[in-house]
Design a protein around this ligand. Structure first.
Ligand code: FMN
Length: 338
């Protein structure tokens, strides 16, 4: 079983995570981890904080001479922006501030320290391992932003323009991104229960990323208006999944992300000390987190797919797993929809 936990807050001393269940012999270099962390950190639309963060990291355990040993992998990511944070009495509407204050009986919005997406750096560091495991067995991931606010398939120049205008207005932008994973073997996941259906597992992993509000696989919401005779003939409908299992085709997932709630222009809220109306203003927020979230989503989905792959093929070493995948691919080559 592949499982993980993360710990750490936005301005705490460090983030930490443990990834357990990897086979021995998976080669992952520091450059692999650094690259995935950098893709998340340097994505378009991010705040000035990301310029402070270096995402230096230390792998504390589970590796020997560049390869996993089968023991839990522990990673530490110190926060460059560590330090005491002044209490915030004005909750940001749309963030975890107010529900967190109510739930935990807090007088200020401290929950924002954990509810901020800083901990997703851990997901990206662990995602580097999952992406390597998938690549070793023949699967390749990619992601792209297919909508930024109202603009479909924005070019880099269009995106820069939209982000600059929103920043000038002190506003933030949401959007939609698409993940594709090509080369997955057929038969990952299962049809038998909701918690074994791969689409549901991927949905839980991706809807678990802060700010993700919509999830669809393949034809998604559009399919509601299709006729069955047409849908049965079009492979885009499945998006690589039928009956909760991979079918050998490209896996296609899409997520909608809301505009981040911390806005510089200010939105109406209240002061928790006085109960009087107050303006919630955030000068340190990302203008958009859609590009960064697409990268985190790749990593979260890769971790879930790696887990499903290990469930199907088992094995304590990468050599065992690769051999089992090879034999399975040969066996299913004719019938798998590829
Ligand atoms: C990579 C990433 C960066 C984010 N950056 C910010 C941010 O700078 N400011 C903010 O208010 N929300 C940010 N968010 C979104 C909030 O964490 C999220 O909107 C908040 O948790 C409330 O949404 P929820 O109800 O989906 O959890 C970010 C999310 C991700 C995935």
């Amino acid at each position: 079983m592949l499982r993980y936990l993360t710990a750490g807050e936005s301005h705490g001393e460090a983030l930490a995570c443990i990834l357990e269940g990897l086979p021995a012999g998976l080669k992952v270099s520091p450059a692999d981890i650094k690259r995935e962390l950098a893709r998340r950190r340097a994505a378009p639309g991010r705040s000035l904080r990301q310029k402070k963060e270096t995402d230096a990291f230390k792998v504390l355990s589970g590796m020997d001479r560049g390869a996993t040993t089968g023991a839990p992998v522990a990673i530490l990511i110190p926060n460059a922006a560590a330090g005491r944070v002044a209490p915030c009495w004005v909750p940001r509407p749309g963030h975890a501030d107010l529900p967190g204050m109510l739930k935990y009986g807090l007088d200020a919005a401290q929950v924002r320290e954990r509810a901020s997406a800083r901990h997703t750096a851990c997901v990206s560091a662990m995602g580097a391992f999952a992406l390597r495991l998938l690549a070793e067995t023949g699967a390749r991931f990619s992601s792209r932003v297919v909508r930024l606010s109202m603009t479909e398939n924005p070019s880099p120049d269009e995106a820069r323009g939209l982000i600059a205008r929103a920043a000038a207005d002190g506003d933030t932008l949401g959007g939609v991104f698409e993940l594709t994973c090509a080369g997955l073997p057929a038969g990952l996941g299962s049809h038998v229960h909701h918690d074994r259906r791969l689409g549901a597992r991927l949905g839980a992993a991706l809807l678990g990323i802060n700010g993700i509000k919509g999830f669809e696989t393949g034809g998604g919401f559009d399919l509601a208006s299709w006729k069955g005779t047409l849908a049965a003939r079009d492979r885009r409908v499945s998006g690589g999944l039928d009956g909760g299992m991979t079918n050998g085709g490209d896996l296609v997932l899409r997520c909608a992300m809301k505009p981040v709630p911390g806005v510089e222009a200010g939105v109406p809220s209240f002061d928790a000390r006085t109960d009087e109306p107050a303006v919630s203003r955030s000068a340190t927020s990302d203008v958009t987190a859609v590009y960064a979230a697409a990268v985190v989503a790749e990593h979260a989905a890769a971790l879930e797919l790696a887990a499903a792959l290990l469930e199907k093929f088992g094995g304590d070493t990468m050599d065992e797993i690769k051999e089992r995948v090879r034999v399975w691919r040969k066996k299913t080559a004719k019938s798998a929809r590829r």
